[in-house]
Design a protein around this ligand. Structure first.
Ligand code: F6R
Length: 592
């Protein structure tokens, strides 16, 4: 949520580097943007409402300066206006700040700071308190760094921010709850919310932890605790990622690129060290009370895993969306286990759920896609799903990788890891065979039939029920069509009243003991006039359109999810939406 970027170095094109960096961070927020550059003795600032990807280079090609900061916004406090776009300033416009997160005591600080000067604040943002508070302390004789530290201690909430002063050659940045990573180049330093923003310049990084700040000059980056002021030694980490993987390449959208990449991402997800999987399986077997938690799509994958653990390993687990998880704290004990699942590893609700579990001394394991993320670092043990960078807001390849890994763990709990691996390797082979341009084209044709509809319903049973819920999320978020997922057997208890002639209904069918029940549910829909899209390994006369999926046994939720993602993608495109940047959403939800 919000992308922040900072640069200081020998290169005079700090502004352009910041622009490029922000373009790579656009998935984090895209309602407005801003860049501030330190030119000789002056701060050059440009900000606007709109997408950073649409900002032409020429706006910054003649702006020269060695230090710059920038921001791509997802609005929290205050509407989408130029005034609310970052960077924000103190009154004299000497201090400038970009920020990601929410400052919870902003209102109190605002009131206090504007006591003597009523028109001190010009925006509605919480961020603006930061430069004013730093300024407040500087006006009372503190050095910039001391004022910055006092500010870090005083603001409450989750934040990551970068500060640049007109008269200083260094950047200061602090983290408490929102991600910040320093990139070490040759005679230049970067700081950003995510690594792809500077990946073209360096792979050498340092992560900031909560409660830390960094002072960055062209020559070095020094890390400190802002509570104790103690210097912190950091080991350089070399990132195993290439720019290519994080770029759109020739694809129209990241979402389609990432859907098609599932052939490879699934293979990587299951290509795990057996010892790591067995270790998690042991923890599950040992635990008294296993909880699975995540948000949105990751949550739905946890819910599907609840079925996997039941069907494959006869093991009871409990799923709760991370935002609801704290309510169950009564059930947590030191012997309990929480498995937290998150693509970004930065989702605030997931971090909060983990905190609750830790408070009860329960063990916390996690599956994440972003190495070094907050969730990974706060876990007792963390496994990477290895999906590669996921840039589209709608989660696709990360979701199937999470599912594959959770299924593999269920097999390991059942003492059948080898069998699980073979099943999943078979699945990858089958997906490789059919996930081709012809398949995409066919699903696009199905989308063409239903893209003008107002409602779409999706049904599934057993582990395909959470996939129906996930299908609804996918369709809602990118196409803005009203979509709802149901357990097939639940329709007759109410929702079937919604079905009219030609209402599109998608049935997710597995070739197992649930198939007959599902076909009965499809028949009930069809009898009320529904237009049936069957996702199944075999055609059926009940289907108006059949989308083929391979028969992969208990792994069917993975196979069934892929055509739904493709359908959602084309529904969005046919309705003229940009599926990579759905309205009101951002990739990584770092606020509660
Ligand atoms: C929907 C989607 C979201 C995320 C959710 C959790 O397509 O992507 O529902 O799944 O915000 O995000 P992570 O997995 O980063 O914790």
């Amino acid at each position: 949520m919000c992308g922040i970027f900072g640069y200081t170095g020998n290169n005079k094109n700090a502004a352009l580097k910041t622009l490029y960096g922000l373009k790579d961070l656009e998935y984090r927020g895209y309602d407005s943007w801003g860049i501030a550059v330190k030119e000789t003795g002056e701060l050059f600032v440009k900000k606007a409402v709109g997408k950073i990807s649409e900002v032409p280079e020429r706006l910054f090609s003649s702006v020269l300066g060695n230090t710059a900061i920038g921001h791509s916004r997802w609005a929290t406090h205050g509407g989408v206006t130029k005034k609310n776009a970052h960077p924000h300033f103190n009154y004299d416009k000497t201090i400038t700040v970009v920020h990601n997160g929410i400052i919870e005591n902003a209102d109190i600080l605002r009131r206090r700071l504007s006591q003597k000067k009523r028109d001190l604040f010009i925006s509605e943002t919480d961020t603006e308190v930061i430069p004013h508070l730093v300024d407040y302390y500087m006006k009372r004789g503190k050095s910039l760094e001391d004022a910055f530290i006092l500010t870090c201690r005083e603001i409450k909430g989750r934040f990551a921010f970068v500060l640049m002063h007109r008269d200083s050659d260094f950047l200061l940045a602090a983290r408490h709850g929102s991600p910040l990573i320093v990139g070490k180049g040759d005679g230049e330093y970067f700081i950003a919310s995510d690594i792809p923003a500077f990946l073209q310049y360096t792979k050498k990084v340092n992560y900031l932890d909560d409660g830390e700040y960094v002072k960055i000059s062209r020559e070095k980056a020094d890390f400190y605790s802002f509570d104790s002021r103690k210097k912190i030694k950091k080991k350089d980490i070399i990132i195993n990622l290439d720019k290519e993987a994080a770029s759109k390449g020739e694809w129209d959208h990241f979402m389609l690129k990432e859907i098609v990449e599932q052939k490879d991402s699934l293979a990587r997800a299951i290509n795990q060290d057996d010892a790591a999987i067995e270790k998690i399986a042991r923890e599950i077997k040992k635990a008294r009370g296993v909880f699975l938690s995540g948000c949105g799509t990751a949550g739905k994958m946890c819910m599907a895993a609840e079925y996997f653990f039941s069907v494959v390993a006869e093991r009871h687990t409990n799923f709760a969306p991370a935002s609801e998880f704290p309510i169950y704290h009564h059930f947590l004990k030191p012997e309990s286990l929480l498995i937290a699942v998150s693509q970004s590893g930065e989702t605030a609700d997931v971090l909060e759920a983990m905190k609750v579990a830790k408070r009860k001394k329960s063990k916390v394991l996690s599956l994440v896609n972003v190495s070094g993320s907050s969730v990974a670092r706060a876990s007792d043990y963390s496994l990477l799903i290895n999906a590669g960078p996921e840039k589209a807001v709608a989660s696709t390849k990360a979701a199937t990788s999470q599912l594959a890994l959770l299924l593999l763990i269920a097999f390991a709990v059942a003492g059948k890891l080898k069998e699980g691996k073979e099943l999943l390797i078979g699945l990858v082979g089958k997906i490789n065979d059919h996930l081709n341009p012809k398949y995409l084209e066919y699903i696009k044709k199905v989308a063409t039939i239903i893209f003008h509809e107002h409602d779409v319903y999706i049904i599934g049973k057993s582990a395909n029920y959470p996939i129906a819920l996930e299908a609804a999320i996918k369709i809602q978020e990118v196409s803005y069509i009203h979509a709802e997922g149901f357990a097939g057997g639940e329709l007759k208890h109410g929702p079937i009243a919604l079905i009219k002639k030609n209402t599109p209904c998608v049935a997710l069918i597995a070739n197992d003991e649930t198939k007959d029940d599902m076909l009965s549910n499809v028949a009930e829909l069809k009898a009320r006039g529904a237009y049936i899209v069957g996702i199944a390994s075999e055609n059926n006369t009940l289907f108006n359109k059949w989308i083929f999926v391979p028969d992969v046994g208990v792994a069917s939720p993975i196979a069934n999810l892929i055509p739904i993602q493709i359908l959602a993608y084309y529904l969005a495109v046919l309705r003229g939406n940009n599926p990579d940047m759905p309205r009101n959403l951002a990739k990584s939800v770092t606020v509660k």
